[in-house]
Design a protein around this ligand. Structure first.
Ligand code: SF4
Length: 507
C-alpha cells in the first residue's frame, strides 16, 4: 500500500474495516470477524467517544527537540497540561539534555472561523522556529480548520523554505473517525512524508574505504527497528534490547521518545519489528513498499507465550532459532522458579480486562499462565490483528472461547454493567477507565504504566509480583465503594449490557 502520496491518510473504518461495537463471546466475535461484517455494527446510544487528536499527542509529545503546534480552538489538546512534566521526565531517561514538551495553540476563535486560521498558523510556525530553534515543528490539524478549509499543507510547503526545522503536518481531526487508533496512522503518515529518508536524495558520497562500507552494510543487515509505544516504560525497552542483543542484533528504537533526526536513516535496517499491530501496521507496510524492509507484526512481547513467539519470529528471520531457543530456555528456568510463590497465591483468581485489543488479549494469556481465570475482555476496537491473536488465544486456552468480549471506546456504562454482573477479583484496565471499576469496589491493576515493567520475561515476573501485592490488600477499593457511587440507576445493572449495540447486520 502507499497512501503517502496523499496529504491525509484514510480512516481505519475504511482501511481495515475495524469494528467499534460488539457484545458477545470470544467465539462469536471470532466467527463474525471472519465473515467480515463486524464493521457494520454501531450503537443506538453512545456515552462517550475518543478523539484521534488526543491519541496522536500520546506519541507526538514524546518526540524530542520538537515544538507541537495544535491548530485549533484552545480546548483541543488541553490534556497536554497533564503531560508536561511527565513528558520531560521520560524524555530525559533517553537523553539527559531533553527539553520536554513545548507546545503552542493557535487559539482559533469565532473571527477565525469566518476569516480562516492560516495567518495564525503562519505566525505560530515562525514563532516556534525563531524562539526555540527545534529540529521539528509538528502541526496538528483539528476539526475546526478542517471544516473551515484551512489549507495547512500549502502553507507548510511555503514556510518550509523559510524555517530550518522540519515541519510535520499531522491530520488528526477528531470528527473524521470513531476508531481512535486512526491517530497512529495520522502520526506515521506525517512522519513518513517529512522525516523518514530526509536527505536520501542527496548525492551519494564517493566510497573510499571499502572496508568501512562493508562494515556499514553488515551492521544494517543485523539492525532491527523496534517500534515502541508511548505507554511502555524505559525499563521495558531495555528488557527487549537486552533480549535482542543476546541474539547479536543491533536495535534502533522508534518512534516514541526519538529525536526527529533518528527517522532520517530509519530505512537502514534489515527488519521492522512491531510491539503492537494496532500501533504500527501503517508504518511497517509503507516501509516495506517504499524501502523493501520486511516486518514482523504478529504479537506484543507480553506474557511467556507471546514473548517466546516474538523472539522466535525475529530469530526465524535471521536464521538463528537455535540461539533463540537456548535463550528462551535459560530465561524460563529462572522465571519459573521466581514465579512459583506468586502462582500459588494467584491460582483461581478471576480477572476482567479492558484496553487496546492487542494488549488485553496478550495480557489475558499472561494472567492465565499465572493460574488466573479470564472472565471477560473489553477492547477499544477490533480488527484483523485482534482476530489473529484471539484465534491463537482460543487455540492455546480453549475455555477462553466462552469468555465475554465487549468492543467500544469509552462507554463506561457497559463496563459498569459487566463488572457488576461478573464481579472479578481484579479489573486489569486502561488507566482512563480504572476509576470506574474502583468505585464498584473492584481492585484494579493498570494495563500499562510508563514507570513499570510489563514486557519480556522480566515483565511477567513484575506483573505477578505487583498483582499479588494489590490482591493481598484490597482495602482501598472496599472502602471506596462505601463512599462513592457510579451515576447509573440500579435497574441498568439488571439489563443486557449490550442493549444499545446494534449488531444485527453481522448475524
Ligand atoms: S474532536 Fe475535534 S474539536 Fe474535539 S478535541 Fe478532537 S480535534 Fe478538537
Amino acid at each position: 500500500m502507499d497512501y503517502t502520496r496523499e496529504k491525509t491518510p484514510p480512516i481505519r473504518e475504511e482501511r481495515l474495516g475495524a469494528c467499534m461495537a460488539f457484545g458477545g463471546s470470544c467465539c462469536d466475535i471470532s466467527r463474525q470477524s471472519k465473515k467480515g461484517c463486524l464493521f457494520n455494527n454501531n450503537r443506538k446510544f453512545s456515552q462517550s467517544q475518543g478523539c484521534q487528536l488526543t491519541l496522536s499527542l500520546a506519541i507526538l509529545n514524546t518526540i524530542r527537540d520538537s515544538v507541537i503546534i495544535v491548530h485549533s480552538p484552545i480546548g483541543c489538546g488541553a490534556n497536554l497540561v497533564a503531560q508536561a512534566g511527565v513528558s520531560k521526565g521520560f524524555q530525559k531517561l533517553r537523553d539527559p539534555n531533553a527539553f520536554g514538551l513545548r507546545w503552542i495553540n493557535t487559539n482559533l476563535d469565532e473571527v477565525d472561523v469566518i476569516n480562516g486560521g492560516e495567518e495564525k498558523l503562519r505566525s505560530a510556525i515562525l514563532y516556534a522556529d525563531r524562539e526555540y530553534r527545534p529540529s521539528a515543528i509538528i502541526v496538528m490539524n483539528s476539526c475546526v480548520p478542517a471544516l473551515i478549509g484551512d489549507d495547512i499543507d500549502t502553507l507548510i510547503e511555503e514556510l518550509q523554505k523559510q524555517v530550518s526545522a522540519r515541519i510535520v503536518p499531522v491530520h488528526c481531526e477528531g470528527f473524521k473517525t470513531k476508531i481512535q487508533a486512526t491517530a497512529y496512522d495520522a502520526v506515521y503518515h506525517g512522519i513518513l512524508r517529512t522525516l523518514v529518508g530526509v536527505g536520501e536524495d542527496e548525492e551519494e558520497p564517493i566510497i573510499i574505504d571499502e572496508l568501512e562500507e562493508l562494515k556499514r552494510k553488515y551492521r544494517i543487515s543485523r539492525t532491527v527497528n523496534v517500534l515502541n509505544v508511548s505507554s511502555m516504560s524505559r525499563p521495558d525497552e531495555e528488557n527487549l534490547v537486552k533480549l535482542l542483543s543476546a541474539l547479536d542484533l543491533n536495535v534502533r528504537i522508534l518512534p516514541c521518545y526519538a529525536h526527529p533526526d533518528d527517522f532520517a536513516d530509519s530505512f537502514e535496517a534489515a527488519l521492522n519489528v512491531s510491539i503492537c499491530a494496532t500501533h504500527d501496521d501503517y508504518f511497517v507496510e509503507h516501509m516495506k513498499s517504499k524501502y523493501q524492509i520486511p516486518f514482523i507484526l504478529r504479537t506484543i512481547p507480553i506474557g511467556i507465550a507471546n514473548t517466546n513467539k516474538w523472539l522466535l519470529d525475529i530469530a526465524g528471520f535471521f536464521g538463528i532459532e537455535e540461539q533463540a531457543r537456548k535463550l528462551i530456555d535459560s530465561e524460563m528456568r529462572e522465571l519459573n522458579i521466581a514465579l512459583a510463590p506468586y502462582r500459588e497465591f494467584l491460582k483461581g483468581k478471576t480477572a476482567f480486562l479492558g484496553g487496546g485489543e492487542i494488549r488485553i488479549i496478550t495480557t489475558a494469556e499472561l494472567l492465565h499462565s499465572l493460574g488466573m481465570e479470564i472472565l471477560g475482555l473489553r477492547g477499544f476496537h477490533f480488527d484483523r490483528y485482534g482476530e489473529g491473536l484471539l484465534e491463537e488465544l482460543m487455540e492455546e486456552i480453549p475455555e477462553s472461547e466462552r469468555a465475554i468480549i465487549n468492543i467500544g471506546t469509552g462507554q463506561p456504562f457497559e463496563q459498569a454493567n459487566l463488572l457488576e454482573k461478573y464481579q472479578p477479583d481484579v479489573f486489569v484496565g486502561h488507566p482512563g477507565g480504572n476509576g470506574w471499576a474502583n468505585k464498584q469496589g473492584i481492585p484494579v491493576f493498570p494495563l500499562f504504566g510508563q514507570a513499570y515493567e510489563y514486557m519480556g520475561y522480566v515483565g511477567v515476573y513484575e506483573v505477578a509480583r505487583r498483582l499479588t501485592r494489590i490482591l493481598k490488600n484490597t482495602s482501598y477499593s472496599r472502602n471506596l465503594v462505601k463512599h462513592a457511587r457510579l451515576p447509573y440507576r440500579q435497574d441498568w445493572y439488571s439489563e443486557d449490557p449490550f442493549a444499545y449495540i446494534n449488531q444485527d447486520a453481522a448475524l
